[in-house]
Design a protein around this ligand. Structure first.
Ligand code: APR
Length: 227
């Protein structure tokens, strides 16, 4: 089976009602990332950070996958598909994708604040201060904060190297190391980008589909399934 690698960003979840980062001019629900999405923010005010991610988790649980998520899952009928996502929502999984690599973590799980390898499912939207890991440390959202390492990046690069087809959906390619993954895709394989405002990409060999995810992904999937 041919391997398809899909790299997604916040744009694929926009039509599910989850705001993209840069479309809300760099504020998340009115917060600056330095206040809520860095290790310094956590040591300064853990309760605020916890509350911020509780509010985002609530919106994620209230959101539904959209036609783009479902279409990508359909690809698995004829292809060996890996979705590499920068998103911390679980919409790809709920949309039916079975191999999803979360570069920046996933908000529906918690992690120990002293050992990031210890992660746990979160039931419902709220993770409370006082909830501890098995080592007795406060649990935090299982997400990669700015300034933290991206543990899955080597695996993601390995996956991109093996792509026979590459699809980029809904990312501004503004954040590294995720944005650098496009350079691991072999030059000769077909590459597609789907975005209503196509971001600058140094490699010019992308097939550009200037559309929202729900408008651009399903027809591309139909074309690939009919190949
Ligand atoms: N369909 C497809 N793409 C869309 C849609 C849509 N309906 N609406 C917006 N977009 C595009 C925007 O044009 C932009 O290119 O989605 C992209 C969103 O870019 P960002 O908000 O920068 O999101 P992303 O690229 O995922 O950000 C990367 O930065 O915010 C941090 O860690 C966070 O994972 C995130 C990373």
């Amino acid at each position: 089976m041919k391997k398809i690698v899909v790299l997604t960003g916040a744009g694929i979840s926009a039509e599910s009602g989850l705001k993209t980062f840069r479309d809300s001019d760099g504020l998340w629900e009115g917060y600056d990332i330095e206040e809520v999405a860095t290790p310094e923010a956590w040591s300064r005010n853990p309760a605020l950070v916890q509350e911020f991610y509780n509010m985002r988790r609530k919106s994620v649980l209230e959101a539904e996958p959209n036609a783009a998520h479902y279409a990508l899952a359909e690809l698995e009928k004829n292809y060996d598909v890996t979705v590499i996502t920068q998103n911390i929502d679980d919409l790809h999984e709920r949309g039916g994708s079975t191999r999803v690599l979360h570069l920046h973590g996933i908000i529906t799980r918690s992690q120990s604040s002293i050992n990031p390898n210890l992660t746990y499912p979160i039931n419902g939207w709220e993770l409370k201060m006082g909830e501890k890991c098995e080592l007795g440390s406060q649990l935090r959202a299982h997400v990669v904060w700015f300034g933290e390492p991206v543990p899955m990046i080597e695996e993601a690069a390995r996956v991109c190297r093996q792509a026979d087809i590459f699809i980029l959906v809904g990312s501004s390619l503004a954040v590294y190391p995720a944005a650098g993954l496009v350079h691991y895709v072999p030059y000769e394989v077909p590459k597609y980008i789907i975005d209503p405002k196509i971001p600058y990409i140094s490699s010019s060999d992308f097939i550009r589909i200037e559309a929202k995810a729900t408008g651009g992904v399903p027809p591309l999937v139909t074309e690939l399934l009919n190949d």
